[in-house]
Design a binder for this molecule. Structure first.
Ligand SMILES: Cc1ncc(COP(=O)(O)O)c(C=O)c1O
Length: 406
């Protein structure tokens, strides 16, 4: 695997940022796009455009087939049992809202508990919060430990006979911790509790196998997988998609509409109301091909080495304080520098073309627990190299000088 050849596939790196080469360390936010994905959007609009699933003319049939091909590719990529278990959404946020809304409608009642963790992104908290008001449910939080992890034990402690569903992240977008989700799913199922996994940060970096995991729901973000914005994936076991009510109403999701009664379309259309992000879904197939061509095992091995290098480099830098030390870590590393606001760190790094993210990363519960309003976050993608990390470190040192830190 040659990273320089892989990086050449991303045209963004041909541009200068403030006269510097771009060092993009913000892939957890959104990943850059390979040329194949960009071309596919262009080609679809140029040569093949039509809406899907409606008309019978040549372009419509072609577009529908292309759209459905992506569904089959996703099914294969995450080893789902059935292609109808793949629902396209506008992002992982919508996928999680879909589950909170439909599961909440059907199965949650006053006094029931939803168990999430202190690591959750707002997308796996706020949708459940809505049900506090409408259904008078309670939300419990499994605690994060000082290494930035949520253990099986901390989940176990919070499960009660009122727990109706568990929602957990696979890989924290702040601490980088990879959670023992297979064990958590096993524990939950032994008590008859379904599990929703937020797989936003894991899907681009780890091998996924829905049948092996046996989770009920898994939310994925296309734009973090080197794909276009506007594409999310909800994996849900068929039995749930058949059982739960539809999420949004409109064209495409119905079978028959009468004045007094409406029946819904078969899976997965029941959950895909209105015109979908057709070009983006079709182009997302190229993202899957891109990842498959490199091979997820190769990605995992390469990134592991780079993550270790990043952690070692930052640990050696006395001005940097890593905010977590998980034993099983993905490519997300958050830190602070005493006396420098994370936004100032990010702004100074940006002068050198080093793109990181600063803020609460949509995890205010976690930051409250940490007792800080914000952190600086480095996150890696398949185009990053050790040279990028060296540049990051030298820009941090520059920041150090500006703020006159010891
Ligand atoms: C852990 C996590 N969950 C959910 C989301 C939201 O994903 P999307 O942008 O696809 O809605 C993000 C994006 O930052 C994330 O990092």
């Amino acid at each position: 695997m040659n990273i320089s050849d892989i990086k050449k596939q991303f045209p963004i790196f041909n541009n200068k940022i403030k006269n510097n080469d771009l060092v993009y360390l913000d892939s957890a936010n959104s990943a850059q796009k390979p040329q194949g994905v960009i071309n596919r959007v262009y080609d679809f609009y140029t040569k093949e455009f039509s809406n899907v699933g409606r008309s019978v003319h040549y372009l419509a049939v072609t577009a529908t087939n292309l759209y459905e091909n992506t569904r089959s590719s996703v099914q294969k990529y995450i080893n789902a049992k059935d292609r109808n278990e793949i629902v396209f959404t506008k992002g992982a946020t919508e996928a999680m809202n879909l589950i909170a809304n439909t599961f909440g409608q059907k199965y949650l009642n006053e006094g029931d508990e939803v168990l999430i963790t202190e690591l959750e992104h707002h997308s796996n908290y706020v949708p459940w919060h809505f049900l506090r008001k409408s259904k008078k449910i309670n939300i419990e939080f499994a605690e994060v430990n000082e290494d930035g992890e949520v253990t099986l034990d901390s989940i176990k402690k919070k499960i009660t006979n009122k727990t109706k569903i568990i929602g957990i992240t696979h890989l924290s977008n702040v601490t980088g911790a990879i959670l023992p989700i297979k064990e958590i799913i096993g524990l939950a199922h032994s008590k008859g509790i379904p599990v929703l996994i937020d797989g936003c940060q894991s899907a681009p970096h780890l091998k996924l196998d829905m049948q092996d995991l046996d989770c009920d729901f898994y939310a994925i973000s296309g734009h973090k997988m080197y794909g276009p914005t506007g594409v999310g994936i909800l994996y849900a076991k068929k039995k749930w998609l058949e059982d739960l009510p539809p999420y949004q109403g409109g064209g495409g999701m119905i079978k028959e509409v009468k004045k007094q009664a409406i029946s819904y379309a078969d899976l997965p259309n029941k959950y895909e109301a209105g015109t979908m992000a057709t070009a983006q879904v079709i182009a997302f197939n190229e993202s899957i091909k891109f990842l498959e061509k490199i091979g997820i095992e190769n990605i995992q091995n390469y990134e592991k080495e780079l993550i270790n290098y990043t952690v070692d480099t930052l640990k050696k830098n006395n001005s940097v304080k890593l905010i977590a030390n998980p034993k099983n870590r993905g490519g997300v590393i958050s830190f602070t520098m005493e006396g420098v606001h994370p936004h100032d760190i990010a702004t100074i790094l940006d002068e050198d073309g080093v793109a990181i993210r600063a803020g609460h990363h949509c995890c205010q519960i976690l930051h409250e627990k940490l007792g800080i309003p914000a952190t600086a976050r480095v996150s890696i993608g398949i185009y990053n190299t050790k040279e990028d990390i060296d540049q990051l470190n030298s820009s941090i040192n520059k920041c150090n000088k500006i703020f006159d830190l010891k």
